[in-house]
Design a protein around this ligand. Structure first.
Ligand code: ADP
Ligand code: MG
Length: 355
């Protein structure tokens, strides 16, 4: 695989503020990479550094094998796809699409032909004469993408392009952007704070926090083997539950819950070692028989029809369980929960690292 974009040891300082810390990232040609993390973690800074809108303070950056660290934006041949409101309101769809080519000096007839091609790929063929105000949100988003596509860039960069759309449109645009990426054989870097968007759209997910890459990999790799407590809690919805615990020797762990219940884990833990146990809501099962487990009182029940969310309280904390179908339980009921040893995640409470 040819790396289309490669960052090595990249740091970015805004004055005294260290916004990107030792970023190492390889983006393969044709891949769809999502940068995800809470607000302020440096996603936009990283994307803008790729585009050349920010200058990195240290490190190496290559695009298609060429050193681009100090190249101005227009030399990088990368397209930033802005939110749909960045369209020119006084121009038709066709004129909006032609604009990047006209700016580069392409003559009108050639630009018109190219605009028709791009309109066909992006599903805008019947809308070329319309103005942005005469389009739906989804159609405007397609024009914004078409305007990036028409330049045939080495990579597409998206910075939260769907954050202003309503929930239903966001889901359909997610599929549309990914399918356009596939049809074009494009290389895309997509910034979002929404882990579901990152997980469903990308081949490779990069989780950031405070300017650091906490973990990167295939979506399900991150889900199944989070490297630390932050990634474990960030990826997955509802979020992973965390319970303090103590090793009891062999594959046994005592949970810091009423009655000090013991659960089995699939690795050996030293006696007395302090741990943080991570339990995914869908891995906890309500026990109806005599299985070993732990018992907690129900504090809240929510049903979506297909799924039931049960929140169980203990002290100031709570545990969320997701069950398929319906559960006949009520607040105040005591429920016994069980979990398979292989589905328990263990973290060090000091460092947060996976044990
Ligand atoms: N031009 C700037 N000058 C100073 N600080 C900045 C500038 N741009 C961003 N920052 C800071 O860098 C951090 C990362 O910002 P940003 O990359 O926009 O985060 P994200 O896109 O993940 O929300 C934030 O704390 C932000 O306040
Ligand atoms: Mg941002």
């Amino acid at each position: 695989m040819i790396p289309q974009i490669e960052l090595t040891g990249v740091n970015k300082h805004y004055g005294a503020y260290h916004a990107l810390k030792n970023i190492n990232l390889t983006i393969d040609k044709g891949s769809f990479v999502a940068l995800v993390g809470p607000s302020g973690c440096g996603k936009s800074t990283l994307l803008r550094s790729l585009a050349g809108l920010e200058k990195i303070s240290e490190g190496r950056m290559t695009i298609a094998g060429e050193d681009m660290r100090d190249a101005p934006p227009r030399k990088r041949d990368i397209a930033m796809v802005f939110q749909s409101y960045a369209l020119y309101p006084h121009m038709t769809v066709e004129e909006n699409l032609m604009y990047p080519l006209r700016m580069r000096g392409t003559d009108k007839a050639a630009a018109k032909i190219k605009a028709a091609d791009v309109a066909a790929i992006t599903g805008l063929s019947g809308l070329l004469e319309r103005y942005p105000r005469q389009l739906s949100g989804g159609q405007r988003q397609r024009v914004a993408m078409g305007r990036a596509v028409i330049r045939n860039p080495k990579a597409f960069l998206f910075d939260e392009p769907l954050s202003n759309l309503d929930a239903a449109l966001r889901v359909s645009m997610r599929k549309e952007i990914r399918s356009l990426h596939d049809r074009l054989g494009a290389t895309s870097v997509y910034v979002t704070h929404d882990q579901i968007e990152a997980m469903t759209m990308a081949d490779h997910v990069v989780v950031m926090k405070d300017g650091v890459i906490e973990q990167q990999g295939a979506p399900l790799e991150l889900y199944d083997r989070p490297a630390n407590r932050f990634v474990a809690g960030f990826i997955g919805s509802p979020a992973m539950n965390f319970v303090a615990a103590t090793g009891a020797g062999g594959g046994r762990v005592v949970l810091d819950l009423p009655g000090a219940p013991e659960i089995s884990v699939s690795q050996s833990v030293e006696t007395s070692r302090k741990l943080l146990v991570g339990l995914r809501p869908e891995h906890l099962k309500v026990a109806h028989g005599e299985e070993a487990g732990f018992t907690l009182p129900v504090s809240l029940i929510e049903s979506t029809g297909s799924l039931t969310y049960i929140v169980l309280g203990f002290g100031q904390s709570e545990i969320t369980v997701v069950e398929q179908g319906r559960e006949r339980v009520q607040p105040g009921d005591n429920l016994r929960l069980t979990i398979e040893p292989g589905l328990v995640h263990l973290f060090d409470p000091e460092t947060g690292r996976r044990v």
